[in-house]
Design a protein around this ligand. Structure first.
Ligand code: GMT
Length: 378
């Protein structure tokens, strides 16, 4: 198959999932064309079966806002025609699905039939999508897609609740590539942050409000009163300043490290003993899954798709949003002795294996086959 993948190339989970999916498809002999405005962060292996087409928006003094969606649409038409794509798979409803809709219409006029599949990742529905000004476009683009997938059952339900959807939405959960996460614990790095053998608690995110990163500090402040520990933050974003301020206010700044954006997080995650994800909402929680495959148990909220990923009392614990007391109590119960920690590490790893790419990739391939078969009957 020849597949065009449209994604946001940044550090967000949707971009990571789309990139890993493309790489896995290419390894199985399919030809994959990534179409976006920047080299995807996880795409460090171009070559056999993998191609990257950059969408370049030129500044023009007349435009106050550059028309990215139109440039993307033209690029989709161009790549689909000249690379003879079988289908487009767009990640994120806006503007990717609406651009794909327009590209499909243009291509039809030119004698090409290129269907598109839309994968919903969460923020396109639960945050951006809640802005009423986007509603007509999102509803239309989802309904016009040749197939739609959502990364969790919860996201599927939310989408059906928030929009007037006639199309089927198939749940295909996010996945993880265990081989990519086979890193051993870097003991010298661990000793650098925790020289006295303290437990290491970690959080990675884009520090947006929805992540409730301040709750991580509040949880840590309680945990470190009972268990010698250090806190490592990975990532950056709008809330970081306030989080740093809070760690000083709560007197834990000397035990807290802000590493900023790290490209290959899988190399550092294994040094953690516990991962904390106290999000307000999370359609799936890929960050939690990335921790779990590295044998790091997860303390999370029980919101959105998180209960579909983090198994209570097995891979970690789930609490109500904002209940930092409960999350701290759960963290302490996991970290209190090596035996319990080990048990949760194994639980986290085994649960993560349920999302092994080897199990999830066939679901996408089957969907691609169905969509292409339907197109050939038209
Ligand atoms: O969480 C973010 O801020 C990034 C966002 C994105 O659009 O990349 O992540 C969403 O998609 C991920 C991949 O499917 C999911 O694992 C995240 O849970 C989801 N984020 C939210 O729902 C807040």
């Amino acid at each position: 198959m020849k597949i065009g993948i449209v994604l946001y190339p940044t550090y967000g989970g949707s971009g990571v999932v789309a990139t890993e999916l493309g790489i896995a498809l290419a390894k199985r002999g399919h030809q994959v064309h990534f179409i976006t405005y920047n080299q995807p962060v996880r795409l460090n292996e171009l070559g056999k079966n993998l191609f990257y087409h950059e969408v370049r928006v030129t500044d023009y003094p007349l435009f106050e806002y550059s028309p990215y969606e139109l440039v993307l649409t033209s690029k989709l038409v161009d790549v689909a025609m000249h690379e003879q794509l079988d289908l487009l798979h767009v990640h994120y409803a806006i503007p990717h699905a609406s651009a794909a809709f327009m590209a499909r219409a243009i291509l039809r006029k030119r004698g090409y039939n290129v269907p598109f599949i839309t994968t919903l990742h969460g923020t396109d529905i639960t945050l951006v999508g809640k802005d009423p000004s986007f509603e007509p476009v999102i509803t239309f683009a989802i309904n016009e897609s040749d197939a739609v997938t959502a990364v969790s059952e919860d996201l599927r339900k939310d989408t059906l609740k928030l929009f007037d959807i006639q199309n089927d939405i198939r749940v295909i959960p996010n996945f993880i590539c265990p081989q990519r996460h086979e890193f051993q614990i870097d003991h010298s790095l661990k000793a650098y942050y925790a020289p006295a053998g303290e437990r290491i608690i970690m959080h990675t995110s884009n520090f947006r409000k929805v992540k409730r990163v301040k709750d991580v500090v509040k949880i840590f402040a309680r945990v470190q009163e009972e268990i010698p520990s250090k806190l490592l933050f990975i990532g950056d974003g709008p809330e970081r300043f306030g989080v740093e301020e809070l760690s000083r206010e709560l007197g834990v700044a000397d035990k807290t490290f802000f590493l900023g954006k790290v490209r290959d997080v899988e190399e550092i995650i294994p040094i953690a003993d516990l991962f904390v994800l106290p999000s307000e909402t999370e359609s799936f929680g890929l960050a939690a899954l990335e921790a779990m495959i590295s044998k790091v148990p997860v303390i999370s909220t029980n919101t959105g798709g998180l209960p579909e990923v983090n198994e209570n009392a097995i891979s970690g614990y789930l609490s109500e949003v904002g209940d930092v007391k409960d999350m701290a109590k759960n963290a302490i119960s996991i970290l209190k002795n090596d035996e319990t920690l080990q048990q949760f590490k194994i639980g986290a790893y085994n649960r993560a294996l349920d999302f092994d790419i080897a199990k999830i990739l066939p679901l996408y391939i089957q969907l691609y086959d169905e969509v292409i078969r339907k197109k050939n009957l038209e």
